[in-house]
Ligand binder design. Structure first.
Ligand SMILES: [Zn+2]
Length: 365
């Protein structure tokens, strides 16, 4: 048994606590050759263990892992890079399935090694795309909960395809509102709702989109919300629609999310690393970027940023998943990570200084 004590991140912020761990190993990689340890004792206020910071494992709320195979530096506007027929699609079309699977595996392993245990992936390429990511995910099931938000292969409505996507994945994750014909979108939304699965999409990433029409579709969560008015943000807050922001990806396209403004509007925010060809899945880097760019808009408590990578997505996204460690409805097991000791202020320390090399071990509770 080993014991750690220090700041422990609860849903309401840090408390002083001591935990005792049994099983698993703190040796070798962070997952331990002998598996993951379990918290067998928790003592609020305890301070007799090895000094450390203990936080939930990191949650990457938005990725496009499929374009990890694209290694060149993307140049051009958002539409030229990720739009239909653009840089990304050409590069993907030129890649073999073997290369795509290998890159996906590497990307997911990198995510795991940096302390991530949950990923929400917007999977492109329709049914085929799901098959490919599942084959890359083989063998990683007990280390990562992967939620797949799939989308139709083409920008059209095929009820058979949509039903198949809904059976094989956790929900539908579309490009953006303005890419689609309104009537088709409504039909997709209806079938998705009928199947009780979430519908999500990018919104107002580089131009403002009609938020009332987007909300009307019954969206589960939205990604980006940069080119917005304060009324757009309030409308989402009123409907309790969580937002995922991806500042490193946005900066690549010369955009910056107004995180303090979104928090001010009452939105629940989560963080994602977005396109794999633009950013690594490393959430420490994303947290640091989010914190620093927020300073452009005003003051921000680093704890808000840390919550965006830990508790907020767990509470707000609440996505069931088809593949992963356990099935929805089973015993909720939460995973935590034990990090090296903090400099005085733990949230500021984790957000601005810590990295994957500070993860001592992952534990379950
Ligand atoms: Zn995205």
């Amino acid at each position: 048994m080993r014991t750690y004590s220090g700041p422990f991140l609860t849903q309401d912020g840090f408390i002083q606590a001591q935990i005792s761990i049994e099983g698993g190993s703190e040796e070798s990689d962070i997952w331990g050759e002998r598996g993951i340890g379990t918290i067998v004792d928790f003592e609020e206020g305890g301070d007799e263990g090895n000094p450390s910071v203990i936080i939930p494992t990191l949650y990457n709320a938005h990725t496009h892992s499929g374009d990890s195979v694209v290694k060149e530096v993307p140049t051009g506007s958002l539409a030229e890079v990720v739009g239909p027929g653009g840089f990304k699609h050409k590069a993907l079309a030129e890649s073999s399935e073997e290369d795509i699977v290998r890159s996906l595996q590497h990307y997911l392993e990198r995510a795991i090694d940096s302390g991530i245990r949950d990923i929400v992936d917007f999977r492109e390429e329709g049914i085929e795309g799901i098959r490919i990511i599942r084959s890359a995910f083989e063998g990683l099931e007990d280390k990562l909960k992967l939620r797949i938000m799939s989308r139709p292969c083409q920008m059209n409505y095929d009820e058979w395809e949509l039903n198949k996507l809904l059976s094989l994945s956790d929900g539908i994750g579309l490009s953006s509102y303005r890419d689609w014909d309104e009537n088709l979108l409504m039909r997709i939304a209806q079938i998705t709702a009928k199947r009780n699965k979430p519908l999500s999409m990018h919104c107002s990433e580089d131009v403002r989109e009609p938020i009332d029409d987007v909300i009307e579709l019954g969206v589960h969560h939205l990604v980006h919300m940069i080119e917005t008015t304060s009324d757009d943000l309030l409308a989402c807050a009123l409907e309790d629609i969580p937002i995922v922001v991806c500042p490193r990806s946005n900066m690549f396209f010369r955009k910056v999310p107004d995180i303090p403004g979104m928090l001010e509007a009452g939105l629940t925010l989560s963080l994602g690393t977005d396109n794999a060809m633009i950013a690594s899945p490393n959430m420490f880097r994303e947290m640091e970027a989010a914190f620093r760019v927020s300073k452009l808009f005003g003051d921000i408590d680093p704890l808000e940023i840390l919550l965006m990578a830990t508790w907020n997505p767990r509470k707000a996204l609440n996505l069931p998943y088809c593949i992963g460690v356990s099935e929805p409805g089973g015993n909720p097991i939460e995973s935590y990570m034990v990090l090296t000791p903090p400099r005085r202020e733990p949230a500021y320390d984790v957000v601005t200084r810590k990295g994957p090399e500070d993860v001592l071990e992952i534990v379950e509770w």
